[in-house]
Design a protein. Sequence first.
Length: 91
Amino acid sequence: MNSKLEEDLFGVLLLTIIVVLGGFGVYALFKTITSTGKIDHCYVDSISGMTGGYEVVGHRSWRQDAHLGVANSAEDANIILLNSVVCSSVE
């Protein structure tokens, strides 16, 4: 009898996990499809690796971020950020 109860509990647990993961998947798909792709905000990010430098990035919710420019110094990256038409129109 214990074996049957354990099998039932395992089945319920497995079904619950599948439903929860499926729900997250449907939510992520819905958010991706309904997102407008507009840039929410811009920021400067440092580039790691041998070349180094800084990258100006425009963040888009539920989409891949837009890469707006690359600079060798933080000051140059800030200039790109301030002069960017895309970033200046962000509310």
